[in-house]
Design a protein around this ligand. Structure first.
Ligand code: SF4
Length: 341
């Protein structure tokens, strides 16, 4: 079994910048070939029918504009971007513009076809985030709503390793899978040498909002498993490409500030292009402004001035007792990330 290239090898091979740059997040489409129970994008097939795909010309102008204003990471998302018929053209345009990092976020169903992925690699793709939500087929397939999905995404991951496309893994934490997060990360690290993980606490929007009863779980319940996962990764002395956790706050995991993305009010933001709307330099501010709130005690916290708080819907269900103000910064856990937000 081949193993994944190390982060620093990918940085050398693809001439990636040695610092975090602005991201051009490009949403090509909303349609998808899976039915994830937590999908924040669009929960129903019917809703996709009324949503446009981005046309190539508009996508090219967005990519150009974002590059000119500092983006060096092109992150192509959906829906499912491999369902978009002109994905390889979009990647070629991104490469021609000059993006050193060209990444897709995918459920891996189409990328299980080696020749399909080889074509994307030849177009300029050099990084993939695979959305894997459990270490076994029964649970992963039931979370993404497609029988055989786990076998396909593992095949796609192996294809990316063969093609020397840098792989990372994104996982949405919810009530169905939180106890299995340590086993998932151990499996992917020990078998494939994966260094980069993006472990995301559930957002209560889209399908997740509709399946809230089945999916919601408190931070107090999930944190022991998240801590076990971090302990394991720290013991392996890996170098993830970017922050490991998303939608967590420092008071929940003191000393992990440097491995959590998106907890701060952004002072320098990314671009988000949707088929129907543009958030120029305001991707995270939009999330912060619309989704999040602070607790009454937050003003006593050392991070009060920079923390964006927690999700409003989370507060409606669990209250704010878990968010205990910090009086001082804790010693950082011994794990670096290549770059962080
Ligand atoms: S400001 Fe509030 S939510 Fe943020 S770290 Fe402090 S207590 Fe937690």
């Amino acid at each position: 079994m081949r193993i994944s290239m190390k982060t620093l090898d990918a940085v050398e091979k693809y001439n990636w910048p040695y610092y975090r740059t602005k991201v051009c997040e490009l949403t090509l489409n909303y349609d998808c070939n899976a039915r994830c129970v937590f999908c924040y994008s669009s929960p129903e097939m019917e809703e996709w029918k009324n949503k446009n795909r981005l046309d190539i010309k508009t996508a090219a102008s967005y990519m150009n504009n974002s590059y000119k204003t500092g983006s060096r990471v092109l992150q192509i998302i959906g829906g499912e971007p491999t369902v978009y018929p002109w994905l390889s053209e979009i990647i070629k345009i991104g490469k021609k513009i000059g993006y050193p990092v060209i990444q897709i976020v995918t459920n891996g169903q189409k990328a299980s076809d080696f020749n399909y992925l080889k074509n994307l690699k030849q177009s300029g793709l050099n990084s993939i985030t695979f959305s894997i939500h459990a270490p076994d087929k029964k649970l992963h397939d039931s979370i993404v709503g497609v029988r055989g999905a786990f076998s396909k995404i593992i095949k796609a991951l192996e294809n990316s390793i063969k093609l020397e496309i840098y792989p990372s893994v994104g996982t949405a934490v919810n009530a169905l899978n939180y106890k299995k997060i340590p086993a998932l990360v151990k499996f992917l690290h020990d078998r494939y040498n994966i260094e980069s993980y993006h472990i995301i606490a559930m957002h209560f929007i889209g399908a997740a909002g509709k399946n809230e009863k089945e999916l919601s779980v408190s931070y107090s319940q999930t944190l022991p498993y998240i801590k076990d996962t971090l302990k394991f990764l720290s013991s392996k002395r890996i170098m993830p490409i970017s922050a490991l956790l998303s939608n967590y706050q420092p008071c929940l995991l003191p000393g992990c500030e440097h491995i959590i993305s998106d907890w701060k009010i952004p002072f320098c933001d990314d671009d988000l292009y949707l088929p129907e709307k543009v958030y120029k330099d305001s991707m995270y501010s939009m999330i912060t402004d619309t989704l999040r709130m602070k607790g009454v005690n937050c003003e006593k916290c050392i991070y009060s001035g920079i923390c964006a708080g927690f999700e409003r819907r989370y507060y409606d269900i669990y209250g704010d007792k878990e968010f205990k103000p910090l009086k001082s910064a804790a010693k950082p856990i011994s794990m670096g990330v290549f770059y962080s937000r």
